[in-house]
Ligand binder design. Structure first.
Ligand SMILES: Nc1ncnc2c1ncn2[C@@H]1O[C@H](COP(=O)(O)OP(=O)(O)OP(=O)(O)O)[C@@H](O)[C@H]1O
Length: 236
């Protein structure tokens, strides 16, 4: 089943009387990698969670080509600081499959396969809570990808990682994208945005300020705010 396009119309998240995101009008097609950028506090995290359907909206609508609960089954989300279960690496990766009814043996076989793909094949039996930041993020990616989601949302997955771990994570993401997984990801790292983006969503003050092909955006943003942001100026 093809979930896309994802369509947001006047979508809005408000908390304590303050608009955090919106109104957002956006249509995302089923191809490529969308990178969400913007200043601190612009609403990137809230936007991703809203699109994924895990924050309550206070207005507008969000729709896939199928009902939201059906669409949920084909989506995954990787958080900036993923939570590890107090179990082994392989059990953490197998867990989402077990939840959806896959038998133990098959779940473990698939988990081992994904662990190897993300470079954790040698530490299957290690306690996940003992992993380094980079290893945790790789585990989180394997745990998300093992379900073969159509779309993977990622919120700053490399924020706390060193260069090497960042490069390894980018390689995993590039492979996922090449095999057809739709990525929608926020980052503070403009180098990373340029490397991974097919399309850019520039968020400012909770709204989508610019949206379009990454090449166009980086070659010549349309608005003064986006130009200033790319220059490293403070943008409010
Ligand atoms: N549940 C909440 N209640 C009230 N305010 C919130 C809530 N969640 C987020 N905010 C505020 O909403 C704004 C947007 O937050 P969000 O985390 O989405 O931005 P961001 O662009 O991801 O920021 P950063 O780049 O710093 O991670 C911020 O001012 C934040 O403090």
């Amino acid at each position: 089943m093809q979930l896309f396009p994802l369509t947001a119309r006047g979508a809005m998240v408000r908390r304590r009387g303050k608009v955090l995101v919106g109104p957002v009008d956006l249509t995302l097609e089923g191809q490529g990698t969308s990178i969400v950028i913007g200043p601190n506090g612009a609403g990137k995290t809230t936007l991703l969670k809203m699109l994924h359907g895990i924050v309550r909206m206070n207005g507008g609508s969000l729709g896939w080509t199928c009902p939201l609960d059906e669409a949920q089954k084909h989506q995954a989300f990787v958080f900036q600081t993923p939570v590890m279960m107090r179990r082994t690496v392989i059990e953490n990766i197998a867990y989402p499959l077990r939840l959806t009814g896959t038998g133990r043996k098959e779940a473990r076989a698939l988990a081992a396969e994904w662990a190897a793909r993300v470079g954790l094949g040698a530490i299957l039996e290690r306690q996940a809570t003992m992993l380094s930041g980079g290893e945790r993020q790789k585990l989180a990616l394997a745990r998300a990808l093992v379900r073969e989601p159509q779309v993977l949302f990622l919120d700053e997955p490399c924020a706390a990682l060193d260069g090497r771990a960042t490069r390894e994570i980018e390689e995993i993401l590039a492979r996922a994208a090449a095999s057809g997984t739709r990525l929608i990801m926020s980052t503070h790292n403009m180098g990373q945005a340029r490397r991974l983006a097919d399309e850019v969503i520039f968020v400012l003050g909770g709204r989508i300020h610019e949206f379009g092909p990454a090449n166009d955006f980086f070659a010549g943003p349309e608005t003064a705010q986006a130009r200033a942001f790319l220059n490293g100026d403070i943008v409010e």
